[in-house]
Unconditional design. Structure first.
Length: 607
């Protein structure tokens, strides 16, 4: 019949991957004949010889295998992959080993064409492999993987006591029937029928509004400490009882501290809670009302993570995470594409530790704006020496031509720049691309930078990255942009001072570094002069400098920044205890009269 002929074709040509459509088509062609006899690696379909599924036509007299390597003699090339014949096992594409003729039992393995039970098991090879227990198991118990266990429907506290589940009452879900009595499982407390509860814990940070701090509260043996601890515990217990939160409360630890001159208290306590009500109990605990003389700074349970709202509407959306039990996972749908979801777990580290939400990876969801999505995609690229120029170019193009709308955009820009700088690829094009991106950022949206800085402290990050970029320069270089300029200078051992001075016009700002002696500095608006004594003992020294026309990365603590911001760094030399002073001058941008002074900033490294 056609079915038998079809099976014969499949077996002869090892065609294991034919689809249903291919099978139907093959049945239609089975009656067809070819004018010429087909080669051994071909089959006749619709009067034409075709290479079978494991070969490709090389337009010659035979079919050619399409695997990149020579397959084992007991294997065939199937869709570019060496696949062992059905009677062999495959360790690698070039190694096919004998297998047993009959399928082995799950608890046995094939060794030298024979099914052998695994260690600690015994049986009839193909039919069964049973566990071996050292001792004969008692009544109502069976041997499972070398250990006696109570059978299903039978309960007991150990293998020597497995009794039938003959409890008159239905046991609590967290209880077992033992000798006709419902007993709560290990770690649970209760009657085994109506209730099986456990002790949970909480950590409260309180302010005692009616008390001022004094050192006696730090002495745990003092009467003042003991009296305050008892008052605090009684108030907590009364609050628990009044809300019917728990029938039992145990004070674990109290520590008093000074909080804005008032008395602060860290209180650790445990309480009995019904298992089935844990989520609701968490909500009640978080909103527990204490006496008016106690202000609750925070109250967290060891059972759950508190409610949390994260995200930004202009980025990937706002997400609300409810009260969630520890070790549980909350699944959220992406705001701007509900077909995509992401998970966030409530993490629990150890006993009496407060669970915390793991970081929300919001970049897993599509962003609201096209610019944000481009930055997300670019941030996920692994920057290497081979693609660093392209990554720098794409970043510059996004920042220069896009409309940044989210503080997360600013954060991603800093992250991408950090990846580029970490490659440590000294290139004038890369340096210019990074500075152009930063210049466009501080020129376009200073309010967005301010908001991003408040949340992520990004100004310090950018200043540190810029400093690393300057330190990476190996040649003399000067770059001037609209609101940002940079210069790097390699000085040989000389007795001349080093002049760092600003170059400003309406379209750009820059900085120049020179060892030439200036007859007059009166025409220079802003400068810093490093004395020659800094470099006398060094054969070669790198000096790099940055100038900022805007104050986007700087916070005004006292007064107003009324000049350009000019920096200078001497690579490898600690500038201190100089015999000659460092001279500097900064010109005011305004004509407003008043006292003026100089302020300094320090750059810290970013890990």
């Amino acid at each position: 019949s056609n079915a038998k002929r079809l099976l014969k074709v499949i077996r002869e040509h090892n065609m294991k991957y034919l689809t249903c459509v291919a099978l139907v088509s093959l049945l239609d062609f089975l009656t067809a004949t070819c004018t010429n006899s087909c080669y051994k690696d071909e089959i006749c379909l619709d009067t034409t010889c075709f290479c079978n599924g494991m070969f490709t036509d090389n337009k010659s007299d035979k079919c050619k295998g399409i695997c990149n390597i020579a397959c084992h003699t007991a294997a065939a090339c199937i869709i570019k992959t060496c696949v062992c014949n059905l009677t062999f096992n495959s360790d690698t594409v070039q190694n096919c080993s004998d297998v047993c003729e009959n399928k082995c039992y799950p608890d046995s393995t094939c060794i030298s064409k024979t099914c052998v039970c695994k260690r600690d098991l015994i049986g009839t090879l193909f039919d069964d492999c049973s566990a071996i227990c050292t001792n004969t198991c008692p009544t109502n118990a069976s041997c499972i993987v070398t250990t006696c266990n109570c059978k299903v429907g039978v309960a007991g506290n150990d293998i020597s006591n497995c009794s039938a589940n003959d409890c008159k009452n239905s046991c609590h879900p967290d209880a077992i029937c033992n000798n006709s009595i419902c007993v709560c499982k290990k770690g649970f407390v209760g009657d085994g029928v109506n209730k099986c509860s456990v002790f949970s814990c909480a950590l409260a940070d309180l302010t005692v509004m009616s008390k001022q701090w004094n050192n006696q509260f730090s002495n745990k043996s003092s009467e003042v400490f003991t009296e305050m601890k008892n008052q605090l515990f009684n108030n907590l217990r009364n609050s628990f009882l009044s809300t019917k939160f728990s029938e039992e409360l145990i004070l674990q630890h109290v520590e008093f501290y000074s909080r804005n001159l008032k008395l602060g208290a860290l209180v650790q306590f445990s309480y009995r809670v019904l298992v089935e009500n844990r989520v609701e109990k968490c909500r009640v605990l978080i909103n527990l009302n204490l006496d008016a003389k106690y202000f609750v700074n925070s109250l967290k349970s060891c059972d759950c993570c508190i409610e949390q709202t994260v995200g930004e509407d202009s980025y990937t959306g706002i997400y609300n995470f409810p009260v969630t039990l520890r070790d549980d996972v909350h699944v959220s749908l992406c705001v701007y594409n509900a077909s995509i979801q992401f998970q966030r777990r409530c993490l629990f580290v150890s006993n009496f530790a407060i669970p915390e939400w793991e970081p929300a990876i919001l970049s897993n969801c599509p962003s609201k704006s096209e610019i944000s999505q481009k930055l997300i995609n670019l941030e996920n690229i692994n920057v290497t020496t081979s693609n660093i120029l392209n990554v720098t170019y794409y970043l510059n193009d996004i920042v220069q031509n896009g409309n940044l709308s989210s503080i997360y955009d600013v954060q991603m820009i800093s992250s991408i720049i950090k990846q580029i700088i970490n490659v440590n690829f000294s290139s004038e094009k890369v340096t210019h691309g990074i500075l152009s991106s930063i210049d466009a950022l501080i020129t376009s949206n200073t309010s967005l930078i301010k908001s991003a800085n408040q949340k992520f402290n990004l100004s310090a990050v950018f200043l540190s990255l810029i400093d690393v970029l300057g330190k990476q320069q190996t040649t003399n270089i000067t770059m001037s942009l609209k609101n940002l300029g940079m210069a790097s200078y390699i000085t040989k051992q000389k007795r001349n001072s080093i002049f760092i001075f600003s170059m400003e016009n309406e379209s750009s700002v820059g900085v120049n570094i020179s060892s030439d002696n200036f007859k007059s500095t009166s025409d220079i608006k802003d400068y810093i002069i490093l004395p020659s004594s800094l470099f006398i003992e060094h054969n070669e020294t790198q000096i790099y400098s940055f100038i900022y026309r805007t104050k986007a990365f700087f916070r005004e603590q006292v007064g107003v920044i009324d000049s350009v911001i000019l920096s200078v760094s001497v690579n490898g030399i600690k500038v201190e205890n100089l015999s000659n002073p460092i001279l500097m001058k900064f010109s005011s941008k305004s004509t407003i009269s008043g006292k003026r002074n100089c302020q300094f900033y320090m750059v810290e490294g970013v890990s």
